[in-house]
Ligand binder design. Structure first.
Ligand code: ZN
Length: 867
């Protein structure tokens, strides 16, 4: 392995000369990259970083390369393991010890303490998951070089006490995109400008908001690495923030905290945060802030998901420059933030920055100081970190044994088995144990059939499982008695069983379910086609849940005649609900139905005689997904979701829309969650290269109206619905418009929705949970011209519940939205718009409402050419 790496490094020209039969010298990053790390307008790119890391590993007895797995575009998440040569010689033993310490059920205290005597702390450091926050990637080679070459006894002692795993980038795909853009426009007026697209194939900035759902490869790789292979005791990630606030943030974080996590995690992050602050202060870095801006309440960040795994997490945030181009910030331009009203000295901000020039190298210097403090702190408290890691796990097991809750039960026979499978899969990927019952059992009045899956709370990662499965009650906090309540700043409710429409029963007391077996893989049993398939005139397929959409897409692709049954249909003792699929027999239909039933686990029946006539035809819908040049994360998520569920679609840009003729190309056009003003206006002239400025314009907006007039379906998600209302002159009023935060405040919570029976709601229960974040709510306003031809009419199909709207999280001013429209169909001309006042596809997490979005597409009317 080593020889190969050396050979690669030599071939890559990283070493000027390699002495015979001895380790090659370790080049400085400056020599390897041809510039000092963080030099103005210079960036180390991903191939260069990877080569450098591999070359250092090849030449140093303190460094090894580890591969944490693939990225979305097939690159590798590589890390350097840095430790003393003695530790590296027994690295596998150290790793195995970490696995043992992670599970106190199989390791008693005495043995754990014996292991802890010789066990270095495993410390992970991840750079620039947000790729435009690029300084940390530029810090990594210099940090690596120092640790690999320094003869300072302090450094050598430190390396005996820790195993550092240094990831030069947690988002290499994004790093490539960012460096390409920066280099392309360097030296022009657009140097350092924003990009007109996301710095990740799908999710851009949201790459660190996917840590529990693990839709993206990067997050699956990292979870596997953390929760199955290494169990770091500490994980620090380095970010950047806006240019005008503090220069640097280090923990402690701001409140609130999720009370599920062990108090030791907060004490330790405070300790190591202060170790970083101390090192920064010693090195003369001014403007360092603590106890402000950032909280860890939501568990979906890359650096908050590990908290429930007893890993202490920390983040740093540095003031940004324009990628690699310097900026100047005058003292009077400096601004505050949450828990940081201004820049006057305080205990959490004792040494303000006076303003002036700010460069990429400044950030690299701050990062290096912080990393030094972090690594030294972790080494000095090695014993505590290792022992407490074990003890936190043990405490979680004890808490779980006591109950309240004792377990969560996932019964068989779920409404949407695919969502249930995904839920169990993400729990397993997150290191949570699930057991399957082998016999029926009773808990109080409920009888559970065998095959119920149980998440017992007596497990070391109890806090993680519990926070994902329970209902959130966001803590009501006031900064002083009688002061106003501090409102949530990000997502306040995420309860996965609600978001995914999976029945999960919380059981508070001890119970014995009888014999169980561990679940290590979740599969859906193949579905069967009942009846005599050789003589069928038609087939009926039960298409409930999200797999129903895949079934529709696969069946229409085969050319089969497919429709929704609009009324329930009993066949041979089984009642197929409205929304089941009717497939007429034709050449290939039997095979298509059999395959769909088998592959997706859907029940189907072959039947003879006259096919039912209460149906709603389904066509092969051509979808256009609007992709603006003002990069939209929601567009990326929507694109990813459409791919997962096998829709045929293409992206359309502003110019495509303006060109018109949309009805010839598309049956449905989807507008992601983007405000109307931003869609129409786009980037202002002069802020971007000319190809990317301006949005749809009034002209493009009018083309969308013409598309609807000509029979197209416009699907608008959350804030883009405003455009549909305006464009089509819909008789609707947004009941949340103009309300103050005191009258209505919903920062990211799960609310109750009530749905009418309709082809747009088929496959979803009449009451379901929806994810809302600063959502809207519509009322129909009567108007005098009602009934005139050519006038847009509105029909509310889904409403916020009339009462008890909040299911999990935080909602103030329920009456502002209760009973009002959340999903609306507008009819206009020959076509329609399906409007969502909330986010039915939010971050690929809201499985409960995916189908509502998909149905809007399925039910789009095919154009004449296709019929
Ligand atoms: Zn960030």
């Amino acid at each position: 392995m080593r020889t190969t790496l050396i050979a690669i490094a030599v071939a890559a020209g990283l070493f000027a000369a390699v002495p015979q039969a001895q380790a090659p010298a370790i080049q400085t990053p400056e020599a390897a990259f041809g510039h000092r790390m963080g030099a103005d307008r210079e960036l180390a790119d991903w191939p260069g970083l990877q080569r450098y890391f591999e070359a250092v590993a090849a030449a140093s007895d303190r460094v090894e390369i580890v591969d944490a797995g693939p990225t979305t575009e097939g690159r590798r998440l590589i890390g350097a393991i840095v430790s003393s040569p003695e530790n590296l010689a027994r690295l596998e033993e150290i790793r195995t010890n970490a696995l043992r310490l992670a599970d106190p059920r199989r390791l008693d205290e005495a043995e754990a303490m014996t292991i802890a005597e010789r066990q270095p702390a495993i410390v992970a450091l991840g750079m620039s998951i947000h790729a435009t926050e690029i300084a940390a990637t530029q810090t990594a080679p210099e940090l690596l070089h120092t640790l690999a070459t320094s003869n300072d006894p302090d450094v050598q002692r430190t390396l005996r006490d820790i195993v550092l795993i240094l990831f030069p980038s947690l988002n290499p795909d994004g790093h490539v995109i960012t460096v390409d853009w920066y280099r392309k426009w360097k030296g022009t007026e657009f140097e350092g400008s924003n990009m007109p697209w996301l710095y990740h194939k799908y999710v851009g900035h949201d790459i660190n908001r996917d840590a529990f759902m693990m839709n993206m490869a990067e997050n699956r790789s990292l979870s596997e690495f953390f929760y199955k292979r290494w169990h770091p005791q500490v994980f620090l990630t380095m970010h950047q923030m806006g240019p005008r606030g503090a220069r640097y943030f280090v923990p402690p974080n701001l409140d609130p905290i999720d009370r599920n996590y062990d108090p030791l995690v907060w004490r330790t992050s405070g300790l190591l945060g202060h170790a970083m602050a101390l090192a920064l202060e010693e090195d003369g870095r001014t403007g360092v802030l603590q106890n402000a801006l950032y909280d860890y309440y939501w568990p979906g960040y890359e650096d908050s998901a590990p908290l429930g795994h007893n890993t202490v997490t920390l983040l740093t945030e540095a003031a940004s420059v324009r990628i690699a181009s310097p900026i100047t910030v005058a003292a009077d331009q400096l601004t505050g933030g949450r828990g940081f009203p201004d820049h006057s000295p305080s205990t959490t901000f004792p040494n303000p920055w006076p303003g002036g020039a700010w460069t990429l190298r400044h950030i690299v210097d701050y990062n290096l100081s912080a990393a030094r403090g972090f690594i030294n702190g972790a080494a000095r408290y090695r014993g505590e970190l290792v022992r407490n890691f074990y003890r936190m796990g043990r405490k979680q097991v004890e808490l779980g044994t006591k109950g309240g809750p004792f377990a969560f039960i996932i019964p068989p026979g779920q409404f949407d088995p695919h969502a249930a499978r995904k839920l169990e899969e993400l729990l397993l990927q997150g290191g949570v144990e699930i057991r399957r019952t082998l016999e029926p059992f009773r808990y109080r009045d409920t009888v559970y059939q065998n095959g119920a899956d149980i998440v017992f709370m007596a497990q070391p990662f109890r806090a993680y499982a519990k926070t994902l499965l329970e209902v959130q009650q966001y803590p009501v906090r006031r900064l002083a008695p009688g002061a106003a309540v501090d409102r949530p700043y990000d997502v306040a409710g995420w309860t996965l069983p609600l978001q995914m429409n999976v029945r999960v029963d919380q059981v508070d007391q001890y119970f014995d379910p009888g014999p169980t077996t561990p679940v290590d893989k979740v599969t859906i049993p193949p579905g069967k086609v009942w009846g005599d398939t050789r003589r069928a005139d038609y087939y009926v397929v039960d298409a409930r849940g999200n797999a129903g959409s895949i079934a529709i897409n696969r069946l229409v692709k085969t050319g089969a005649a497919v429709s929704f049954l609009t009324a329930p249909m009993p066949i041979q003792g089984y009642t197929y609900p409205a929304g089941s699929l009717l497939v007429l027999d034709a050449k290939g239909a039997r095979e298509a139905v059999e395959k769909v039933a088998n592959d997706l686990g859907l029940r189907a029946t072959a039947s003879t005689g006259r096919a039912p006539t209460s149906t709603h035809p389904l066509g092969r819908t051509r979808v256009g997904l609007y992709k603006p040049w003002v990069e939209s994360i929601d567009e990326g998520w929507t694109r990813w979701l459409l791919e997962q569920y096998e829709f045929e679609f293409e992206n359309i840009a502003d110019a495509d829309v303006r060109k018109g003729g949309l009805r010839q190309r598309f049956d449905a056009i989807v507008l992601p969650d983007i405000g109307a003003e931003r869609m129409v206006g786009g980037h202002a002239a002069g802020t971007m290269p000319p190809a990317y400025v301006g949005g749809l314009g009034m002209e493009g907006a009018d083309m969308l109206r013409q598309f609807v007039d000509a029979g197209g379906t416009l699907v608008t998600l959350d804030s883009s619905s405003e455009l549909a209302v305006t464009l089509l002159g819909a008789p609707l009023r947004d009941a949340t418009r103009g309300l103050s935060a005191n009258d209505f405040f919903c920062p990211g919570s799960i609310v109750r929705l009530e749905l009418d029976e309709d082809p747009l709601t088929f496959g979803v229960p009449r009451e379901t949970a929806g994810f809302c974040s600063f959502n809207t709510a519509y009322e129909i306003v009567p108007r005098s011209s009602n009934g005139d031809a050519g006038v847009t009419t509105a029909r509310i199909i889904g409403r916020y519940a009339k009462s008890n709207v909040l299911m999990s999280g935080w909602l103030e001013g329920e009456k502002a939205i209760a009973g009002k429209g959340a999903m609306i169909e507008l009819k206009s001309g020959q076509g329609r718009a399906v409007m969502f006042a909330f986010r039915p596809q939010h971050r690929g997490q809201a499985h409960a409402t995916f189908r509502l979005f998909f149905n809007a597409i399925h039910t789009a009317r095919p154009s004449q050419q296709r019929q």
